[in-house]
Structure formats: C-alpha cells, structure tokens
Ligand binder design. Structure first.
Ligand code: NCD
Length: 320
C-alpha cells in the first residue's frame, strides 16, 4: 500500500498519510512550528499565511473535532475551505464517479485535500492519484496520524521529551486508529515502555506488534493490579463500535472495557501524570474526573489539536 514518502523534515507538497513517514526530527520540527503558531496567537500577531489557499475537506465518516479543527485552523490562517460531510451523498460519488476522476476534480480546484474514510487504505488510494497534497483525517481502523501528532505534542509539552516515558493505553487497541498512530509515534523515540490494557479480542494486532518490535517495549495486561503506579500518561479511547461485524462480540467486549474512574486514579495514578483521550468519550472515562487537573482531554489536548494542524497545513503548503 502507498503510505506516502518520508518527510525528512521537508513537508512541502507531501501527503500526510502515516506516522511511518516521520522521523524524530520531522516530528520535532512540526512541534517547533506549532510553538511558533501558539506564540503568534498569544501575541495577537498576524498569522494570515494561507491567503488564497483553498482546502477541500472530504469526510466520509462522522467527525466533530478533526473536521472542525482542520476547518478552523485553515480559516484562522486566512485560507478557505470547501467542506463536504458525507461526500458519498453530496458529490458525484453518488452518481458512481470513480475515485480517480473525482480526485482529479478536487485537485484541479483546491490546494489541499483533507480526507477521512471508513476503509483502511482509501486515503492512500486518493493520494496516489492526487496532484495536490492529501492529509489523512483517519482511514478506517488504519491510522490517524494528525491525532497522534497532537497527542504526542501534548505529552511533550508536559514532560519536555518523548523518550524514556512510561504510558498506559486503555481501550480498543485492535481497532483504534488513534492508538495505532500513537504507538508508532512513541516507537520513533528511545526507551518508551507501554502497558496495553484492552478487552479480550481487542488486543494489538500481530501485524502492528511485528512493526513495533524492538522499537518500543510493550506489555499487555488484563487486570487493574498490573497497572504500574508510575506512568507518565494514561491514554484511553472508546470501543470502536462501527468496526464490529459481530455485535455479540461488541457487547461482550464492552462488558470488560476498562474505564478510568476516580477510584482507579486514586489506586493507580500519581501526581504528575496526564490523562488523554482523542474523544469522543463513550463511557471510557467517568465525567467525575473531568475537573481533575491531570485530565487534559477537554482542555489542553483539544486546543493542541488545532495548533498542531495549523502548523502541519502551513508546512505542507510551504508557508512556514
Ligand atoms: C478518533 C477517530 O476518529 O479515530 N476521533 C477523533 O478524531 N478525535 C477517535 C474515535 O473516534 O474514537
């Protein structure tokens, strides 16, 4: 599968499809530009770097944060977006137009395509035929690179590093594309150790385990007692209901789905850790911990989503 070419610290004109395209240096360059954006916003200085740039947002799957943060990111930098929610109902896809024809049209009229699709690998197919850069907003149960980039930015902002970290990842490790991309990001840095706590049958796939082998220490656990108390972060993501073909399996997995509660935090947490969730939350964290300063999912992590995407679009379009 075409997964985009290596970024090598030069984002200009490149598709952003997978964390596999990134190196430590490319990630740190993106973070540096993100800080530049954050500072300019803080100082109320001009960030109209995308004047006359147009991006098409094609979301074949429901989205709140990714759609809104990309759309706002572009507009806040003076660019325009043409937004398509459910393009399979609102564009010529409904008439049976081929991907390759449709993508030619999108690339003729816009400077950038941002796309989310339920099928793993679909975004990559679009990139193969596109004349303009394509940024993935998630491809089925594959990857969600921009999500992981801002999750990692949030961790880096807190600890000043992305190496030598201990983390707990709870949830649907099999289907969560956010978890997949985060694991791949953490595997680019040295000395990270991750505890995976997933319900039975939603564990890490053999394929991804193989890819991560030797790059990151992974330990799979299945009970609270095995959670270490000294994690830098806990990362949770809801069960990905839409990926299940067998609803019995879904119901079964839901029953043993690990939930972050106040009592779990008291038992296994520590003062300095952070709690992240790409959202939407579907019972995977108890709202009673929302006001805990360690819970960043509705505050810092969310804000960073737009800032990191602003920097990424700026870099891809060669404007920063
Ligand atoms: C994630 C996704 O779409 O994969 N959401 C998001 O972009 N913030 C996570 C999810 O849907 O569970």
């Amino acid at each position: 599968m075409f997964s985009g070419i290596a970024i090598n610290e030069d984002f200009r004109g490149k598709h952003i499809l997978s964390i596999s395209q990134f190196s430590q240096k490319s990630i740190l360059k993106l973070f540096k530009k993100t800080h530049w954006i954050i500072n300019r916003i803080k100082q109320k200085r001009n960030i109209n770097i995308l004047k006359r740039s147009v991006a098409a947002l094609l979301f074949f799957e429901p989205s709140t944060r990714t759609f809104l943060s990309f759309s706002s990111a572009i507009k806040k930098m003076g660019g325009e977006t043409v937004d398509f929610l459910s393009p399979d109902e609102t564009t010529s896809f409904v008439k049976g137009e081929s991907i390759s024809d449709a993508v030619k049209v999108f690339s003729a009229y816009t400077d950038l395509i941002i796309i989310r699709h339920p099928e793993k690998g679909f975004v990559q197919k679009v990139a193969e035929v596109s004349q303009v850069p394509v940024i993935s907003g998630g491809d089925g149960a594959g990857e969600h690179p921009t999500q992981a980039l801002y999750d990692a930015f949030t961790i880096h902002q807190k600890f000043g590093k992305l190496s030598g970290l201990k983390g707990l990842i709870l949830g649907d490790v099999l289907y969560s594309r956010s978890i997949h991309s985060l694991l791949k990001t953490l595997a680019l840095f040295k000395g990270n150790s991750i505890y995976l706590y997933a319900p039975k049958r939603l564990e890490l796939s053999k394929e991804l385990a193989q890819e991560l082998k030797g790059k990151i220490k992974i330990q799979e656990i299945n009970k609270v007692d095995d959670i270490p108390q000294d994690c830098h972060f806990w990362y949770t993501n809801r069960i990905q209901k839409e990926r299940f073909k067998n609803m019995k399996l879904y119901q079964h997995a839901l029953r043993s789905f690990p939930v972050i509660t106040k009592s779990l935090l008291e038992k296994k947490g520590n003062k300095n850790m952070v709690i992240l969730d790409p959202l939407p939350r579907v019972k995977n964290t108890d709202p009673e911990i929302d006001s805990d300063p360690r819970a960043l999912y509705l505050t810092r992590q969310l804000e960073n989503g737009m800032f990191v995407r602003m920097a990424l679009v700026g870099l891809v379009l060669g404007k920063i």
